[in-house]
Design a protein around this ligand. Structure first.
Ligand code: SF4
Length: 413
């Protein structure tokens, strides 16, 4: 008998790690990841994409950290992201250090790119001190040259050995919070590499078919690789790599897990900001109250609870409906357009009322009932809060200063 969160084959037992608020491995639900395609230095654009990805089903989002400006962007993005952020580090070890300084919840290192053992160990030590996990992201296309030559190509054995070499460096400094991927664009190679890896480690595995390409072909390649392994009980977190809007990647990941009975279907998709120095309410409490109020009701809307009117409506502009707090009021918005101002203690009640209205009469009818003064009221509260709190309520600039000072003193490479 197959039930929820079960695969045809028993799920492989892995150790569990924590990526911010998301558990990966062990008996944790299989999580969905995606990656932003914005410049990470573009904080507002990246946050909007992160919210869109979270809304489409991403539990964890990766952002590139390829230069100092990107690291500085991460320092500003992390406190406002609704989901844990993983920094993708390329060739420069200093970017790993800077991303850790920025407060990211995870790192991805490619053993084919950063090869100096002392630097790898320095990154692992720093990650250990900060309790930040690392993904060893082996990629067939960028396999270490020595291994490529030794094995006569990017074989499954070469990819597994690459991961094991990196793991050994981590072991030397006592770092164990690791997940591993061995991605390839050729599906049979990817499947065999993961099967072999699953035999030799109990670290959680991140599944993906890399560079799967656009459209249906990309979806089929990704699904062929990921679903095959999931059905064998292999895999703890997944990512589709499509040549497409990353929202499609997140949606595909979520839908695959739902189709395989590995994640439950949703009614209201409630998203909430993680809260930060700008929050005007207890976001966790209001989000929990909203969850309880919506319960199992068949309201297939994405609903956002946002801690402040300064950034909330923009960050959650793709949500069907949302509410953002500000100066003892709740500012309701539909698809980013302000529709009403309600007392703070009626935020949840009004959220449910407007959600019902959208479901019963449609978005256009709900927008037609908007209070014409709502947008100006939201703008006034936003301006007043900016005036009171200043532009840097999260003290991100302190971290940015540290990144600048540390990078200034360290050689690249
Ligand atoms: S409190 Fe405002 S700025 Fe902070 S995470 Fe929530 S919506 Fe974003």
């Amino acid at each position: 008998m197959i039930g929820p969160n079960q695969t045809a084959a028993p799920r492989r037992k892995t150790r569990q790690i924590r990526v911010g608020s998301v558990l990966v491995g062990g008996d944790a639900p299989i999580s969905v990841q995606s990656m932003t395609i914005t410049k990470t230095a573009d904080v507002e654009g990246t946050l909007q994409q992160i919210y869109a990805l979270a809304g489409a089903g991403a539990d964890i989002v990766r952002c590139t950290c390829n230069r100092q400006e990107a690291a500085e962007g991460l320092a500003r993005i992390v406190p406002r992201s609704p989901v844990p952020i993983v920094a993708d580090v390329h060739n420069d070890w200093r970017m790993a250090m800077a991303a850790l300084e920025a407060g990211v919840h995870g790192l991805r290192l490619n053993p084919g790119n950063i090869t100096n053992p002392e630097r790898i160990k320095a990154i692992a030590s720093e990650a250990k001190d900060r309790s930040v996990p690392i993904r060893i992201g082996v990629n067939a296309g960028s396999l270490d040259k020595t291994l490529y030559e030794k094995h006569g190509g990017a074989t499954p054995e070469a990819m597994v050995e690459s991961a094991q070499i990196e793991l050994a460096y981590f072991d030397e400094v006592g770092f164990e919070d690791v997940k591993i991927s061995v991605k390839a664009s050729y599906v049979p190679l990817m499947i065999e590499a993961y099967r072999q890896l699953a035999e030799v480690t109990d670290h959680p595995l991140h599944l993906g078919v890399t560079e799967a390409g656009p459209g249906v072909a990309g979806l089929i390649k990704g699904t062929a690789g990921i679903a095959t392994l999931l059905a064998e009980g292999i895999g703890d977190t997944i990512r589709y790599s499509l040549t497409a809007d990353p929202v499609d990647e997140a949606r595909a990941g979520r839908q695959l897990l739902e189709a395989m009975g590995l994640r439950e279907r949703k009614n209201v998709d409630l998203i909430a900001c993680p809260s930060c120095g700008r929050a005007e309410i207890d976001v966790i409490q209001v989000a929990q109250d909203a969850m309880a109020a919506f319960g199992d009701r068949e309201i297939p809307l994405q609903v956002a609870v946002m801690g402040c009117v300064v950034n909330g409506p923009g960050e959650a502009r793709d949500a069907d409906l949302g509410i953002a707090a500000g100066r003892k009021k709740g500012h309701l918005f539909i698809k980013g357009r302000n529709v009403a101002v309600v007392p703070e203690d009626e935020m949840v009640e009004q959220l449910v009322k407007w959600a019902e209205l959208i479901v019963e009469e449609g978005v256009d009818a709900a927008l037609a009932k908007a209070d014409p003064k709502a947008a100006a009221a939201a703008e006034a509260d936003r301006a007043a809060l900016l005036d009171e709190q200043g532009a840097d309520a999260n003290a991100s600039e302190v971290r940015v200063d540290l990144i600048r000072r540390n990078i200034g003193g360290a050689p690249p490479g």
